[in-house]
Design a protein around this ligand. Structure first.
Ligand code: ZN
Ligand code: ZN
Length: 181
């Protein structure tokens, strides 16, 4: 799989996300896509001052079709993203599919009026990345609030859940991986 920076994204967090994905999905390797993907202008909603994640995801799928060597792509964006039915999302992915997207915007403690904390920010980013990549493998949301596949409605959900799959989701992902090989 490939990590794709969409617009301006800090290198260190991308490195950490990649490292973590490689640990969580040992049967695949996450490479950095060198070129930065420009943020699609048409995704911007001038009234909400946010970007439509489904539009960004559709653009990424076009790229994923061209990049035949990559079986899936994780887009990493710094801007606030949303889907029309929700105020915001931490990320979105095709389930199953080739494209997943996360936003770092609401993962920084500063966004929530707290002191900057790089480690916490990196942990949150890694969890949301694993969650969205989990969807691309066909995993649905999990009811276990400590499982990485639990749906984060707020940053509290993200902080409560672990960065790894619960035993049920682990079994599911192993089975899926077996069928892919
Ligand atoms: Zn989800
Ligand atoms: Zn689970």
């Amino acid at each position: 799989m490939g990590a794709l920076r969409i617009g301006q994204v800090d290198h260190t967090v991308v490195d950490r996300i990649q490292e973590n994905l490689n640990m969580t999905f040992p049967r695949t390797t996450c490479v950095l896509i060198k070129e930065t993907f420009p943020m699609p202008e048409e995704a911007f909603d001038s009234r909400r001052k946010q970007y439509r994640s489904d539009i960004i995801l559709a653009k990424m799928e076009e790229l994923a079709e061209k990049e035949k060597t990559l079986e899936r792509i994780l887009g990493i964006a710094n801007v606030d993203i949303f889907v029309p039915s929700l105020n915001f999302v931490f990320g979105e992915a095709k389930c199953p599919g080739k494209a997943a997207l996360i936003s770092l915007h609401r993962l920084r403690p500063e966004f929530h009026g707290e002191r900057p904390n790089t480690e916490l920010f990196m942990e949150r980013s890694s969890k949301e990345a694993v969650h969205e990549i989990g969807h691309t493998f066909g995993l649905a949301h999990c009811g276990n609030p400590f499982c990485v596949m639990y749906f984060s409605n707020s940053i509290f959900d993200t902080d409560r859940k672990q960065g790894v799959f619960c035993s049920k989701c682990s079994m599911k992902i192993e089975k899926i991986m077996d069928t892919l090989e």
